[in-house]
Design a binder for this molecule. Sequence first.
Ligand code: BGC
Length: 804
Amino acid sequence: MTNAWKLVYDHFKPAEEGLREALCTLGNGHFGTRGAASESAASRIHYPGTYIAGVYNKLATNIAGRVVSSEDLVNCPNWLFLTFRIGEDDWVIPSKNNVLSYRQELDFQKAILSRKIRFQDDRGRITIIETQRIVHLKEPHSAAIRYIIIPENYHGEIFIRAGLDGTVRNTGVARYRQLNSKHLRPHSLGSFSKNGIYLSMKTSQSGIEICEAAKVRIFSKGKELKPLERILIKEKKAIYQEFKISVRKRQAYEIEKIVSIYTSRDQGIRSFRTRAVNSVKISPRFNSLLASHIKAWAALWKKFDIQIEGDTFSQKALRLHIFHLLQTVSIHHCLIDAGVPARGLHGEAYRGHIFWDELFVMPFFNLHTPEISKALLLYRYRRLRPARKYAREKGYRGAMFPWQSGSTGIEETPANHLNPISGKWGPDYSRFQRHISFAIAYNVCQYWRMTGDRDFLTLYGAEMILSIARFGASLSQYDPADKKYHTTGIMGPDEFHERFPGWVTSGFKDNAYTNLLIVWTLLKARRILAILPEKHKVRIFRKLRLKEKEINRWEEITRRMNIIINDAGIISQFDRYFSLKELDWKAYRARYGRIQRIDRILKAEGKSPNEYKIAKQADVLMMFYLFPLDEIKDLFNRLGYKFDSDLLKKNYEYYIKRTSHGSTLSKVVHCYIAHLLGRDRESWKWFLKVLKSDIDDTQGGTTPEGIHTGVMGGSVDIVLRGFAGINLGTEIIKITPNLPEGWRSIKLKILYQRIWISLSITKNHITVLIAGSKSKSAAIPFYIGGRLHHLCFGKTHKISVKNN
Ligand code: BGC
């Protein structure tokens, strides 16, 4: 039976190595390292990459006479490097030899990457290499490798080479290769004790110093070996140790490389180089690090695991998603100023930038470790000032967050991007997606709702929401002709449409999703003002120079914002959307096969995607993903629009035909909406697409450049809100499960308003255990199986949901 805790590869496939490296990335939130072979530097096949949360650097490049400036999540020195050679032969890269057997395993229960390779060289010598690697979960600066060499049919001398390689560059994404990629400058390097080396590099613009230290020891038969020779090789940007040992046939030689990584961003440390060196010096042996690492993961899985009985593939893929989310952001974020990069700490796509994808990721953390959500929200809070400046520069008020964010919170969306189909650079207008600011407001409210953390709301959240509300209001302009408020110059999540045909300015008028989000944010802002303690209300009024008149205008916008709905009940994605041309999808599919990026195809053909009714991803439908139907109905009614009960169905059917799903996020949204519509089969098909998108790289080569955190968070959200049917939107917890066919049960834990609730959901019963002492007199209301139940603490309640 397939192991639902492991990714196993039993063949070496050069063409798949990039994908496997991304999927086998190990990380602890502080840093992540791709699952690349330790023996190779970056090549056509291998791409070792190490990314430290928040370590960015900006470089300018002259492309076709224009200076393009790009801030990248820096590929930090490669700490993995470890190889050997037999006698005077070349350094071993097993994949270049005759591989006799190969097994690579990512164990996500224990977060260990292991490989066992048996290979034969040109002279018939067979060697077995067994490696294990960890990035320590609890010690955020530590990583370790155990590398065992077994000469199977020879004896003699071998040389082992271990190093820290700072010659790495950001070259992981082919599309960006024309951009400058040398982010690191040498700072210092050297050795310590008899088996330690360190390397310090500094980022060229942001001036962050990164220091890695490593200690290498060799053991055989349980004893440490004294190498016959030891050489230190110092290069400008790399340092290596070489050890000569003599080996016997069939005896195992175990090399341990213990690594520590610190940067000048780490707080409370005077000399991070000393800290890196010292922590390696005093580090215990690999086995002991491994044991504490496994223990820490076991504790984490106890909270975060979602057990699915009856479907091994879904179980495995879902765990893989949870695993990568937990590796991308962790409790260490409470001490780091960093957001959640859309593609994890797993690769260089989107240059490690932070988008709105956290909207899909945060619900999972809200319900398990809200401290992590809070840390992610604080990343945004600290960047309110640049967001205010950005709004001012563009003629708005309040806080306008950038579409792509990096270190400082200024707009990092590149001005131009390369169309790989045409090979041409063209303008990138995606920065006009103003909806990201409202997504941040939504995240604040969700965090508050799930945790009841009033302190956060008072100290940070309220200011964020009010500042974003003010921005939303300044986007909304009153037109006396129709007595409505309108927005203009903005793009929705669908990035294919960049400017209305014939317009000279970018963006569109009245993107329905954004307009609705503005209304929602303004209402939330008013609600927050109503519940803030008076003294804090006064403080915030003063700080933001808010006036009653301004708040009254907000109220007016919430009643007169324009949303266009045609006679057939279709919400217009933006003004005059219905006047665009239909695309002949069939013809394009027949001609090109994969048409997820139909925008690039059309542009390469000299046509403009703007002219067609096409969408990269869910846009109008996003509103139904975020808000319960009742809430949308209230919002629509408030704006004076009829909310027909068929609206969701009609819009789903209309837009699905016109969407290419060029973003994995689109699959998440469509899956959830199909579920809402009770189209179980369709929803299931979407769910499989969601689960397969990274594991099988179904987006056609995007996963090797980094996993998709949004789709990973989205898959968990579908299980929680969709299949398990957990609805935490109202005062009473409502559970109305609808398990996919074949799923016998879902078991999970959630932390809601500081209370741990364990749920075991089958088709017939829901078992609920609320953690806490039985002596607590309070009970929590749940709506399960069509009835209201008051469940007490510390007792297991089994409730029938049959015929519900
Ligand atoms: C999607 C965006 C998303 C970004 C990062 C793009 O392809 O269109 O919605 O935020 O990828 O994941």
